[in-house]
Design a protein. Structure first.
Length: 510
RNA sequence: GAUUCCGUAGCUCAGCCGGUAGAGCAAUACACUUUUAAUGUAUGGGUCCUGGGUUCGAAUCCCAGCGGGAUCACCA
């Protein structure tokens, strides 16, 4: 193993610590009593008539964290420790932590052998220094874990200027632990993401939903049009697929008598990666019996409004250069109207050849395998999709590209489906779900024909799913939310990798 | 997958019309004994992504590969 000079020095220090009889990785718990932020926000003192200060709280505290900045001196030192919530200054006086003649703990351990990144625990009382900084006067100091690699040292001055930030994107993603440790604001992105998910979960639970788990390993990868990852079960000697969606399983549960189920589903798709696609990603799907897609639009816009209000206290959220308003209700427009609005072309009565001609006219590439539905989707994607910045429900898609969706109650050739577009991207996809088993079987068979025409993303027939439907499936509406995309919106990030702790990377090839 | 840019010390970067490497922070030592990105002086630290090629000589030019970013295409 190749070690840098600094790593060698730290290993030597580690040995010296051991030689002093100090365990660099002690086992006993450290009784943390407060967090940095509790102290920084809660410290109180009063100034007496004679001008002296009287500390009112935090007479005994115990904190643990990483040593991040040290300004050692001969008899007293200042340093910062960083815990999960922030940084706080500590004041270490030699004669306090070494009350006897033996000053080793201060002179050697603290001044010589501790490094940036080491975990320490301190006990003492809180005071305000003469420069006005709330600090911990340390009475007792414990090494909790020695760090053998040097962290990047990122410094911020009082004007908020950052010096020597750890910015290499590849290193930040590969060593997210370092990114989280040294770069301010990274944790906040993930905390916001977690809060967003919590708001959604609470909202669903408040409306009577049941959170469920369904298989990740599936015999038939159903519920979406996508290329799956394939794996193999040794004992059964069968191929298994990592799920591309959980839709068909949640619907089986509705058949079984639940009326509102949801799952945060990690899905896997063996397709390209870019700043909005990771091979594994999270989709929230939920299904509600006896509802239709109009109900789902109402429910969805209220949910998003609630997320915005909870995270930001307002419905207006800054996303890139845009201010996005999550104030319900959202605009609703059918896909055919949207295309007409953006291009002036009315394609509602066109057949496959007519659509092909429109594509040619608009310089959109087509494949012979594309059916009518796919062509309409291509036209929408090329001409209209990106222009929907404010939340908009695009409704009433062609039946060909929606094999799991109920036929529209009044518009022939269309289905009761909507996609929610925000900032030019699809965030959610929902239907009045198809529950007619005869129709469902026919739709699957059309998918088989598409597959034979060369569409490698057409759906497989799931006979068990059809069987379930034949037992009777109540009418319902369902939706899938791209949780990562939603997290990008609500944290103002333009790359999916910034909202995933560990985005997919190639091997480092050691 | 295509195009394009990038890969130099622990971190951030300079050096790139070829002459075998520099800065700041970090580290080490000494001095100073202190506050708040940054005290001073000195020192150490590099398979310049990897492998080939051109050349007397390659971090620098050429080719291939590996890894990453951006844009485009497909997909959520």
């Amino acid at each position: 193993m190749h070690l840098s000079e600094q790593e060698i020095i730290r290993r030597e220090k580690l040995q010296q610590i051991i030689d002093l009889g100090i365990d660099p990785y002690p086992a006993p718990l450290f009784p943390v009593s407060h967090t940095s932020i509790e102290i920084l926000e809660g410290y109180q003192e009063e100034i007496l008539e004679d001008g002296t200060k009287n500390r009112l709280n935090f007479q005994e505290v115990a904190l643990a964290g990483r040593l991040m900045v040290a300004r050692p001196g001969g008899k007293a030192s200042f340093a910062n420790i960083q815990d999960a919530h922030g940084r706080i200054q500590i004041y270490v006086r030699r004669d306090d932590i070494c009350p006897d003649d033996d000053k080793t703990l201060y002179d050697i351990l603290f001044c010589k052998l501790l490094d940036i990144g080491d975990y320490i625990g301190v006990k003492g009382y809180v005071f305000k220094t003469k420069t006005g900084e709330v600090s911990i006067h340390v009475k007792e100091l414990t090494l909790l874990s020695k760090a053998l690699k040097p962290l990047p040292v990122v410094k911020t001055d009082h004007d908020g200027n950052v010096y020597d930030a750890f910015t290499d994107i590849e290193l930040r993603y590969r060593q997210r632990y370092v990114d989280l440790t040294v770069n301010r604001g990274i944790k906040d992105i993930f905390i916001k993401r977690a809060k967003m998910i919590q708001v959604i979960r609470d909202y669903l639970l408040d409306h009577g939903a049941l959170e469920v788990d369904t298989p990740v390993l599936q015999n038939i990868p159903g519920g979406a049009a996508a290329r799956p990852f394939i794996t193999h079960h040794n004992a059964l000697d069968i191929p298994l697929y990592l799920r591309i969606a959980n839709e068909l399983y949640l619907k089986r549960l509705i058949v079984g008598g639940f009326d509102f189920v949801f799952e945060f589903s990690r899905n896997f798709r063996n397709e390209g990666m870019d700043r909005t696609h990771n091979p594994e990603f999270t989709v929230l799907e939920f299904y509600v019996a006896y509802k239709d897609y109009f109900w789902m639009m109402d429910f969805t816009e209220k949910l998003l409004e609630k997320i915005a209000l909870t995270l930001y206290g307002t419905t207006d959220v800054q996303v890139g250069e845009q201010i996005i308003s999550f104030k319900a209700p959202f605009r609703r427009i059918s896909i055919l109207e949207a295309i007409q609005e953006k291009t002036g072309i009315d394609i509602s009565e066109m057949d496959e050849q007519g659509l092909m001609d429109v594509c040619k006219q608009l310089h959109i590439e087509t494949q012979p395998s594309m059916g009518k539905g796919k062509l309409i989707d291509e036209i929408f994607g090329a001409t209209a999709e990106k222009s929907f910045i404010q939340p908009t429900f695009i409704t009433d898609y062609p039946v060909e590209m929606s094999p799991l969706t109920k036929k529209h109650r009044s518009k022939a050739g269309l289905v009761e489906r909507f996609e929610l577009m925000i900032n030019g991207k699809e965030v959610a996809n929902a239907y009045s779900e198809l529950n007619d088993p005869i129709d469902q079987r026919a739709r699957f068979e059309e998918q088989v024909q598409l597959m034979e025409r060369g569409d490698d993303e057409a759906m497989f027939i799931d006979h068990d799913f059809l069987r379930a439907m034949e037992y009777g499936m109540p009418p319902m509406s369902g939706i899938g939310f791209g949780i990562d995309r939603l997290a990008m919106l609500f944290t103002n990030q333009s790359s999916i990798q910034e909202v995933l702790f560990f985005p997919q990377m190639r091997g480092e090839g050691q």
